[in-house]
Structures are given as C-alpha cells and as structure tokens.
Design a protein around this ligand. Structure first.
Ligand code: NAD
Ligand code: IPM
Ligand code: MN
Length: 366
C-alpha cells in the first residue's frame, strides 16, 4: 500500500521519539512491501522559531491532504511566557480543531513484563484494560470567552458544549464499548456543573440505543481515586476534554510510565492524528533517554485504525512485548534487574524483534 504520512515532531523529546517511530514504520514498510512517504512539517515551538506561528498554514494544508498524521509533542520553557494564543500548545489545539478530531482514544493496558513496574500493587494492575475516550475539540479548552478582564481584575475560561458535540462523543463511547467488554463509565461533575448535568442526560438518552452496553456515572473526583484503587472496574471511560487530560496521565501509572501511553485522535471519518499522551519532557530532552514506546505504539495504532494494517500493527506490538520480556527498558520505568537502554537502542531492539526481521535472523544464523 502507498500512504502519505505527515510527521509533526514538535519540540523537546518529540523530535527524539518521532525518529524512532519513523524508523519502525520504515522497517515495517520494507518487510510488508508498503510505500510510506513521510512529509515533515512544523508545529509548536519549532514552528514559532521558524515561522512565527505555532501552526503554519502549510502544516494545516499538508495534514488535510495526508492519509494520517503523527505528532510527537510540543512546548517548552523557551515559549512559556508567550501570550496564550501564540504558545506552542495552541498549535496542537489548533490542528486537532482544524482536522475536526473530536475523539481522543487513550488505551491503558500494561504490557505483562511491566506489571511490576507500576508503583501500584501488581495484583491490582494485572487484568486491567481501560480505554479513556476524551472529548477533544470542545469543553473548557475551547469555550469563549477565555480572557483576562483587567477592568474587573478578573479572568474567565468557559466550559461550553453544544448538544451535538456531547452526543457524538457519547455515541463514539457506546460504539467502541460494543467492540470491547460492553461497559461505559461516564465521568463528570454533575453535582456542580450544569454542563455535566446535560452530559449525564445525554448519556442516559443515548444508552437506550445500546441495550447491550451497561453504563454508570462517576463524579470526576471519585473516578480519579477509583482509577488507581480498583482499575479493573473500568472498560470505556468517556469524559470532558480537561477531565480526560488529567485522568489519562493519572491512569498511565498503571502501565509503569507516562512514556508508554499512545493515543489516537479521530473523527467519524477522514484523517486521524496519532500522538503519545505525554508532553515534550523538557527535564530529559536532549539526553537520548526518552521512552519511545508511547510514540511507536501511536504509530502502530495509525497502521491499525487509519490503514487497516492489522498484521503490521500486531507485529510492532509483539516486538515491543518481546523487547520488554528480554528485560530492556528506558530509565523512566522503575524495574529491578532489567537492562536500561536509551531511546535509540530501544528502537533498534524493537526493530530487531519484528517477526519478519527475527525470521531473517534465524535463516542467517542457521
Ligand atoms: P510531560 O508529559 O512532558 O512530562 C511529565 C514527566 O513525565 C516528566 O518528568 C517527563 O520527563 C516524564 N516523561 C514524559 N514523557 C516521557 C517519555 N516518553 N519518556 C520518559 N519520561 C517521560 O509534562 P510536563 O512536564 O508537564 O510538560 C512539559 C511540556 O510539554 C509543557 O510545555 C506542556 O505544555 C507540554 N505538553 C505537551 C503535550 C503534547 O504535545 N501532546 C502533552 C503534555 C504536555
Ligand atoms: C495532551 C496535552 C495537551 C492537552 C496540551 C499540551 C495542550 O496535555 O495532549 O494531553 O491538554 O490536550
Ligand atoms: Mn495532557
């Protein structure tokens, strides 16, 4: 297959982990006889430095024409004092909005060799398999007004949703739950927020169309506690933009590291954007030690969801499993008795463990 992939490395470790993802995809292309064409574009701080904008028009146009988009991470101290609408993060929010990517799917499932890498008890982590579906283009992040009000010595952010915006993300949650363990937990703050009360009504109404899917509602504060005290109760979690942002970083603890989590930002049809959950990690950027697995898993999710390449995606995920079984890990994973490797070495190991590469190794050795 011939696919055009736009690559947005961004800032900090975004650049380092993107190299890993592209190398893995190149290996897959070679092994499976695909043609992947990578077009690198600017976003975030890198785009501000070169183009005075966190989201240049050329980037938007390239993404709209692509078969899929891969994104590393944006942001860094250098740009932290810029006004809100000129910050690197605005580039990321902008491309999600431009592409209409209203659903962000964040799977949380620990690889078996990492069950003991979490600070949580192994018996609590073992068997948990959660998909957080975060609403991505509305809610508190996008509502207007959003501004300083100097004459009142005040500030305002707005949590705004249309009924249609809530309905489509709830539909996405029910439809996805049907392909999994058929349970949806809707997380809100309905004891305080009017937007959450409407959200809850819509969940109840929509649930009638999915009689084979069970539903419960949790308030976000309690949900945050239950995620790490009894994660096995969850299948699909659906929630507002900012709640989903916070809960997914928390849930990453189950997998051993925030660096393990991939995500897919999608719409009902059209181009998808695949991005790890973590940020540009300025504290470790440039050191060559970032965990590339969340980014590589985002690339495999792209193969599966945008290109229908199930076998190719399985091969990447199996290679990661094998590499972890062999005891290799980047320093963010707190594992005793393992072998600590850097970003590039981890990438080499994963590529070496791709089944097709393994098979050719066997032939060479025999
Ligand atoms: P962060 O996710 O960048 O880092 C949080 C912690 O996790 C750090 O200690 C970091 O070293 C560690 N970490 C994250 N990813 C890792 C990886 N792959 N391997 C090893 N360790 C990893 O969050 P932050 O420090 O709060 O934010 C830093 C910058 O990133 C900010 O500018 C923020 O706006 C931006 N950010 C961007 C995105 C994105 O582009 N999707 C997401 C979150 C934060
Ligand atoms: C994420 C990030 C972004 C978000 C920021 C950088 C705008 O935290 O992708 O999780 O909050 O959506
Ligand atoms: Mn986040």
């Amino acid at each position: 297959m011939n696919k055009q992939i736009v690559v947005l490395p961004g800032d900090g470790i975004g650049k380092e982990i993107m190299k890993s993802a592209v190398r893995v995809l190149q290996a897959i292309a070679e092994n499976f006889n695909h043609q992947f064409t990578f077009s690198e574009q600017l976003i975030g701080g890198a785009a501000i430095d070169q183009d005075q904008s966190p989201l240049p028009q050329a980037t938007i146009q390239a993404c709209k024409k692509a078969d899929a988009v891969l994104l590393g991470a944006v942001g860094g101290e250098k740009w932290d004092s810029l006004p809100g609408d000129q910050r690197p993060e605005k580039g990321l929010l902008g491309i999600r909005k431009e592409l209409g990517l209203f659903a962000n799917l964040r799977p949380i499932k620990a690889f078996s060799p990492l069950l003991h890498a979490s600070p949580l008890k192994e018996e609590l982590v073992n068997g948990s398999d959660i998909l957080i579906i975060r609403e991505l283009t509305g809610g508190l992040y996008f509502g207007e007004p959003k501004k300083r009000i100097p004459e009142e010595n005040a500030v305002v952010d707005t949590l705004y949703y249309t009924q249609e915006e809530i309905e489509r993300i709830i539909d996405k949650a029910f439809q996805t739950a049907k392909t999994r363990r058929k349970h949806v937990t809707s997380v809100d703050k309905a004891n305080v927020l009017e937007s959450s009360r409407m959200w809850r009504e819509i969940v109840e109404e929509k649930s009638k169309a999915y009689p084979d899917v069970t539903v419960n509602h949790l308030l976000v504060d309690a949900a945050a506690m239950k995620l790490i005290t009894n994660p096995k109760q969850f299948d699909v979690i659906v929630t507002e933009n900012m709640f989903g942002d916070i809960l997914s970083d928390e849930a990453s603890v189950l997998t051993g590291s925030l660096g393990m989590l991939p995500s897919a930002s999608v719409r009902t049809d059209g181009v998808g954007l695949y991005e790890p959950v973590h940020g540009s990690a300025p504290d470790i950027a440039g050191k060559g030690i970032a965990n590339p697995l969340g980014m590589i898993l985002s690339a495999s999710s792209m193969l599966r969801q945008s290109f229908g390449m199930e076998q190719e995606a399985d091969e990447i995920e199996n290679a990661i499993q094998t590499t972890l079984e062999q005891g290799y890990h980047t320093p963010d994973l707190m594992i005793k008795n393992g072998t600590v490797v850097g970003t590039e070495e981890m990438t080499d190991l994963v590529i070496g463990n791709l089944a097709t590469n393994e098979a050719s190794k066997c032939i060479c050795n025999s």
